[in-house]
Design a protein around this ligand. Structure first.
Ligand code: SAH
Length: 510
């Protein structure tokens, strides 16, 4: 995104609504602001998964209440965003839900305005409306409510007296939604009833709404305070009061999906994790993203460059991972401007995930195993396809990949050159949130999609919760799991992501 209100040399601060949690509930403009950011300033209710839209090297500053080392006061946050914007940076200030609904976005905007720096407000989807919707509760409904009142259950603690008029609130028609009210449930519902509201009015609390870990508590104005205590129900939650709550029995879509309530850990690179988590989330799972590896340049990028440059001189290019395809074509298009420079070379892929990346380049895949999507399967496919005597092959691979392709194809008489496209290194920074959730909340399943994710997960020395089931992408990954002395509970039938997700679904939903 261009710095629309600023000159190209001066900074701008975007006050962006990050939505209520589901990473899909971010606006297009919000995403563009994250992509454009030099610095991201975010807090507790803002889903850290959104940070993946940031370009590499973007500075991230967590200023939320749950920060371990230091908590910034609102004044310090104001000062910080003004200072960064004055330095000429694109500052994206992410706030949960909508930035100006009980988000102090207006105060931050006023500071920026007073400092004379450029800023924009980018509205977001508020938990006040999205939270109930994800619990199957519409905030208005033609049969029940034509009016909506939103109020806060927790005013500025420095205020001496409440500015909320409970007599009016209790008598107001329609639906009432309140935020930040869990701790004061008894007081708030009590005041409603004192002021004439019917204790039998239906009521719901939706905790961590739109996240996979969403929990809903249903009751009435009269019994909700008790239920909160009995269930140990905690913030953050949206409260909704009114007859609209009755609609939940018909349209409770989010919590009725097959994997709802199941917590599943996904280990992969940050870039690739999204593909797996999306499929699991669509089935309702609570996904913990725990990237364990990162893709980096190979040790010898020059050599890789030379082999890519000569790729058209081979009869076959063999790809054994999606990462290899991506690294290959990124470099290929730096060297050549023309897709035809690849020449008449034929392309072989180990499985559908890798083939998909090749097809994304508008190139056809000439050979792939029919079902055994591992190196051995590809070697067999070559055997069935042609005599490999003296055939020139360029194998594009990761540094740690098993040697099967080179050994076996050479054994068949082929001449194999190996282009090492990337290496995987353990991820050390981007997984702290995931690790802390796994340790504190446990999980039903952990998924592994390659041997390197297995090894790097165990290198982290995070204890696995008892009873967790281990799911593997296929035989090679399973072998790595067993090497660490563990049993594989779930294995994909064919080594693909959809097949892995399918196997997890079958294992969890009998
Ligand atoms: N600006 C935010 C609200 C900030 S006030 C918005 O528009 O959503 C913080 C309160 O919002 C929390 O105490 C809680 O009541 C509510 N909240 C925010 N995100 C929530 C979520 N995912 N689930 C439930 N409540 C949420």
């Amino acid at each position: 995104m261009s710095k629309s209100t600023a000159s190209p040399t001066s900074g701008i601060c975007y006050l962006v609504g990050a939505g209520p949690g589901d990473p899909g509930l971010l606006t297009i403009k919000g995403k563009e602001c994250i992509e454009a950011a030099d610095v991201l300033v975010y807090d507790y209710l803002c889903n850290p998964e959104l940070l993946r839209h940031a370009k590499p090297g973007t500075q991230r500053m967590y200023v939320g209440k749950k920060a371990k080392d230091h908590t910034l006061t609102q004044d310090q946050i104001n000062e910080l965003i003004v200072k960064l914007t004055r330095e000429g940076k694109v500052v994206t200030r992410l706030k949960g839900g909508d930035p100006v609904l009980f988000g102090r976005g207006a105060e931050e905007a006023a500071e920026l305005a007073e400092a004379g720096v450029a800023f924009e407000i980018v509205p977001g989807i508020t938990s006040a409306i999205a939270g109930p919707a994800y619990a199957g509760i519409p905030v208005t409904h033609r049969d029940h409510a034509s009016q909506l009142t939103i109020f806060t259950g927790h005013e500025d603690p420095t205020k001496e007296e409440t500015s909320l008029d409970y007599a009016k609130l209790a008598k107001a028609d329609g639906t009432k939604v309140f935020l930040m009210g869990v701790e004061r449930m008894e007081e708030i519902t009590g005041k409603f009833i004192e002021n004439g509201a019917d204790p039998a009015t239906p009521m719901a609390l939706v905790r961590w709404a739109t996240h996979g870990r969403q929990q809903t508590l249903i009751g009435t104005l009269g019994d909700m305070a008790e239920k909160v205590k009995a269930a140990g129900f905690k913030a953050p939650a949206v409260a909704v009061v009114g007859d609209v709550v009755k609609e939940r029995k018909n349209i409770n879509w989010f919590e009725n999906r097959p994997l709802f309530g199941k917590r599943i850990v996904v280990t992969r690179t940050r870039q690739q994790i999204g593909q797996v988590s999306k499929l699991l989330r669509n089935l309702g799972a609570d996904v913990i993203e725990l990237p364990t590896i990162r893709i980096e340049e190979p040790q010898n990028p020059m050599l890789f460059g030379e082999l890519v440059q000569d790729c058209h001189t081979y009869e076959w290019i063999v790809f054994t991972s999606p990462n290899a395809v991506d690294a290959f074509f990124t470099l290929f298009y730096k060297l050549y401007n023309d897709a035809r420079s690849i020449g008449g070379v034929r392309i072989a892929c180990v499985g559908p995930g890798t083939a998909e990346r090749v097809k994304a380049q508008h190139l056809a895949v000439d050979l792939m195993p029919e079902k055994n999507f591992v190196a051995e399967g590809l070697v067999q496919a070559f055997k069935d396809f042609q005599n490999m005597e003296n055939v020139n092959v360029l194998w594009v691979r990761g540094e740690e990949t098993r040697e099967v392709i080179a050994n076996e194809l050479t054994g068949l008489g082929a001449i194999v050159d190996e282009a090492i496209a990337y290496r995987t290194v353990p991820e050390k920074e981007d997984n702290l949130e995931g690790i802390s959730r796994l340790v504190s909340e446990g999980a039903d399943v952990i998924t592994f999609t390659s041997a390197s994710t297995v090894d790097s997960f165990f290198a982290l020395q995070v204890p696995l919760p008892t009873g967790i089931q281990i799911a593997s992408m296929g035989p090679v990954t399973s072998e790595a799991i067993r090497r660490h002395g563990l049993k594989v509970d779930i294995e994909a039938r064919s080594s693909t992501i959809p097949s892995l997700v399918d196997a997890v679904l079958k294992a969890l939903v009998q």
